[in-house]
Design a protein around this ligand. Structure first.
Ligand code: AMP
Ligand code: GLY
Length: 421
């Protein structure tokens, strides 16, 4: 198969690494990719949000399958746009259509979906500027802290958790008046759930699904989970508290009702679903859905997947997903994200990166680019260093050993990934 992979982060570098091992792969193109993806395929200068350019690339490179990494093109309807032209009937698209992507693109849509299908999640209500007085009443009924969520995509910044009631009311008004642009013209207010979070992933064709390894990511910039939220500073899999009993609850109370819900609502869905979950006294609740894989969770879950990823994609096209036998590496995998000093605020780009050769860690590129033969920093998150181990600590030790040897100006990473497990 000729594959076109869209995106340029650590998630896409890992997808490229994994698909490059498939016996079904003919050519792999990555749009736009990074310095790391060019080791596994051919980077092409196409913006995933420019639908016409994506379609030109399908024609030019005789693409059989498109794998959409990030959420923005999904939520904007890239899948629908391609499929509106019958000439692409046979192109397999991994990633839902616009309606399914609303599970991530609209918090209000996803909360209504969960409510309709009895999927455990925090109690909530949605408001606009016209109903702000009712929102104040709802806030008064809730116990602090108050959780305010912009309805639409806000680059991971749209959720505020506030302790003080009057501050929550003031922030609510700011959001409804456009603090996050149109994304916060509607706001979901929800009950605060207290517990430990984990990420669970499935690949589905909207009828059957394959469960992938679960993971836990570390979103805050500072050690001990302090400071600003980032795209993710590290991840581990498996998650020790997600034992068989807890995973069974997740399957029966959350995953299966979600797939059934897609069927009942006639939402055509081919792609990954990322369940952002929280464990409240040993009961799983959904914090959010994403219509894609997580980053940096992908950097640990795909290395643990033994099964050929393209075989899974092909099975969904042939309606044989239920026959796929998913196999995992029975070890811990951990990743440590190296970032640029200043991230998630402002940071400099263009520093040369020295990456040592090693056999015991995967060096998965995120914000990097090639310039002549040099690898340069080109973003906030730079490299994810993934390793296996018989224990979580062994895996982390290997990643930290190799992370130490990577050199670029302003390198920073958290030294406490997995600290809470
Ligand atoms: P979201 O974008 O919905 O995943 O929210 C971002 C982060 O806010 C989550 O990863 C949680 O840490 C936190 N969060 C969101 N909703 C809640 C909630 N209802 N209770 C507690 N924490 C939450
Ligand atoms: N690691 C969280 C995300 O990808 O949204």
């Amino acid at each position: 198969m000729n594959i076109l992979l869209l995106g340029s982060g650590g998630r896409e570098c890992t997808l490229a690494w994994k698909m490059a091992q498939s016996k079904h792969l003919n050519n792999l193109y990555i749009a736009p990719g990074n310095a790391g993806t060019s080791e596994y395929g051919i980077n092409i200068n196409v913006n995933p949000e420019n639908f016409d350019s994506v379609k030109e690339a399908i024609d030019e490179y005789s693409i059989d399958c498109i794998v959409i990494g990030p959420e923005a093109p999904l939520v904007k309807g890239l899948h629908d746009d391609i499929k509106s032209d019958p000439k692409y009937n046979n192109v397999l698209i991994i990633g839902p259509k616009k309606e399914g992507a609303q599970l991530e693109g609209s918090k209000d849509f996803s909360k209504q979906f969960m409510k309709r299908h009895n999927i455990p999640t925090a109690k909530y209500q949605s408001f606009t500027l016209d109903t702000i007085e009712n929102a104040y009443v709802f806030l008064e009924e809730l116990k602090p802290p108050y959780v305010l969520k912009a309805d639409g995509l806000a680059a991971g910044k749209g959720v505020l958790i506030i302790n003080d009631l009057s501050e929550a009311k003031a922030s609510l008004r700011e959001m409804l008046e456009g603090k996050f642009g149109t994304a916060s013209k509607k706001v979901v207010i929800e009950e605060f759930l207290s517990g430990i979070e984990l990420s669970v992933f499935v690949y589905t064709d909207g009828k059957d699904y394959c469960l992938l390894p679960e993971a836990k990511d570390y979103k805050r910039i500072g050690e001990g989970d302090t400071g600003l939220n980032t795209g993710g500073m590290g991840a581990v899999t498996p998650v020790p508290f997600a034992d068989t009993e807890f995973m069974n609850k997740i399957s029966t109370q959350i995953i299966e009702p979600t797939i059934e819900g897609l069927k009942k609502d006639k939402i055509d869905y081919t792609g990954f679903i990322f369940f952002g979950l929280i464990n409240v006294k040993n009961e799983p609740f959904v914090i959010e859905y994403n219509a894609r894989l997580g980053d940096p969770e992908t950097e640990v879950i795909l290395p643990r997947l033994k099964t050929d990823l393209l075989e899974i994609f092909i099975a969904s096209k042939n309606n044989t997903l239920s026959e796929i036998d998913i196999e995992f590496v029975d070890k811990y995998a951990c990743t440590v994200m190296l970032v640029s000093d200043g991230y998630p605020g402002s940071y400099k780009k263009g520093h040369e990166i020295y990456i040592p050769k090693t056999d015991d860690s995967l060096m998965l590129h995120a914000g990097t680019k090639l310039s002549d033969d040099k690898v340069l920093t080109n973003g906030g998150r730079i490299l994810a260093v993934t390793s296996f181990g018989e224990s979580m600590q062994d895996a982390l030790n290997t990643s930290y050993f190799n992370a130490e040897k990577i050199k670029f100006e302003g390198k920073y990473y958290r030294k406490d990934i997995g600290f809470d497990l």
